[in-house]
Design a protein around this ligand. Structure first.
Ligand code: CTP
Length: 392
């Protein structure tokens, strides 16, 4: 557990107590500034271990090994995290024991920022947070409320009870995707015809949201890129990016895929988009209206082309005829590792329903056909396949 110099440091004592009550063995690292807010004596009494703050013990000059601490931990939580330490972590400024420990840690790292609303909203803070996320760190967003400055806004450190819940949810021992990041696409896309009309499709987003939720349940951090849907997913491990068109979805996916261990492409992406969307509403007053459409980029294929060794790419195939053969073709063409086939001929499968019936094929010609089940159970089967495939 890392503590930095914020007024919220007093909550670190409560957090520590809750963690030890859950059976965790906690070692505390404090920045010099943190000690102005809460004493090392409190934290060492609560943890049952000496608190580490300096590189050398002042009494006998013994060296404290940040490497050992970083390797020892199953998880690191830095709460509260100040803007200053955040900046150091983002840029590798290893001038204290906390940052060196952070840089040596191989475990999942959780950070709970705490600061004034303007500091939190500053582009510098937001950029550093994005950098930490790109390293795979899990950001526990601060809440809104009264701040120590007397101002009201976003910047309050998340409550210790909630942080503990999140830690338990994401690093329970049975989790198989700890420290992994997945990109998931979901929902339909809307392709603009003019300011009031679009071309869409019947996808509800349910399958993609169920997969995102299941991946997060297995401990993965998830970046969920979704087209327009009424669904929302409130899970601390899931970051939702809402987009509208195939073009926007492509952009978000390309931006994030590089930092991911895998991607599941469950969105029903438009294959064509109006070639010349009108900037003004198209009026009535003519007989027929022909729209010229141009092809969109195939997002799954684009990611397949840039896929690195070790990244797993999963696609879907929604077919109405020659299902298996078409799915195999798609798997090869898009350089996928797994493809989930659902046939619109199966009752209860496909768009809008709460159930689905799938066959999962892999790139080595194996396939498994599943029963009709709820989309949540299908998501569990898909994630299990991903886990087996990656050997995670
Ligand atoms: N897909 C994508 N980007 C697109 C179109 C499809 O990422 N522009 C992804 C889907 O998310 C799905 C897979 O590709 O994982 C297959 O989608 P599907 O619509 O079945 O296949 P298409 O390649 O569009 O082929 P067709 O419509 O001709 O069957």
């Amino acid at each position: 557990m890392g503590i930095t110099g914020s007024i919220a440091a007093y909550k670190a004592a409560i957090l520590l107590r809750l963690l030890t009550r859950e059976g965790a063995d906690v070692r505390v690292v404090m920045t010099p500034a943190a000690k102005e807010f809460i004493t090392p004596v409190t934290m060492s009494a609560l943890s049952g271990h000496p608190v580490v703050s300096e590189f050398f013990a002042s009494n006998d000059g013994t060296w404290h090994s940040h490497v050992d601490l970083g390797l020892w931990a199953d998880a690191m939580v830095i709460a509260p995290l100040t803007a200053a330490t955040m900046g150091k972590m983002a840029h590798g400024i290893a001038d204290n024991m906390l940052v060196t420990t952070y840089l040596s840690a191989r475990c999942p790292v959780f950070v709970a920022p705490a600061m004034d609303l303007d500091m939190f909203g500053h582009p510098s803070t937001q950029q550093n947070l994005d950098i930490l996320k790109s390293y795979g760190n899990i950001v526990i967003e601060p809440g809104e409320g009264a701040l120590a400055s007397g101002l009201h806004g976003k910047g309050r450190m998340e409550e210790p009870e909630r942080i503990v819940e999140l830690l338990i949810a994401s690093i329970g021992s049975k989790k198989k995707l700890l420290n992994k990041t997945f990109l998931v696409t979901a929902g339909p896309t809307f392709e603009k015809i003019d300011p009031v009309r679009f071309i869409g499709n019947y996808s509800s987003g349910k399958m993609g949201f169920a997969i995102a939720s299941e991946l997060a349940e297995q401990g993965a951090r998830v970046i969920l890129v979704t087209g327009p849907t009424h669904l929302s997913l409130s899970h601390p491990m899931v970051e939702t990016i809402r987009v509208e068109s195939a073009g926007e979805m492509l952009e978000a996916c390309v931006e994030h895929f590089g930092t991911c261990d895998g991607a599941v492409m469950s969105a029903a992406v438009a294959d064509f988009t109006p070639a010349h969307p009108a900037s003004q509403k198209t009026k009535r007053g003519r007989d027929n209206w022909s729209l010229e459409l141009k092809p969109t980029t195939d997002i799954a294929a684009a990611l397949g082309a840039s896929k690195r060794e070790g990244q797993v790419l999963v696609g879907f195939a929604l077919e109405t005829h020659d299902e298996l053969a078409n799915a195999r073709k798609k798997l090869a063409k898009k350089n996928l590792d797994l493809i989930v086939l659902n046939s619109l001929n199966d009752p209860g499968a496909g768009f809008g329903t709460d159930t689905n019936k799938v066959t999962i094929l892999d790139r080595y010609n194996n396939s498994e056909e599943f029963e009709l089940k709820s989309k949540a159970s299908v998501a569990a089967d898909i994630v299990e396949k991903i886990i087996t495939f990656t050997g995670a």
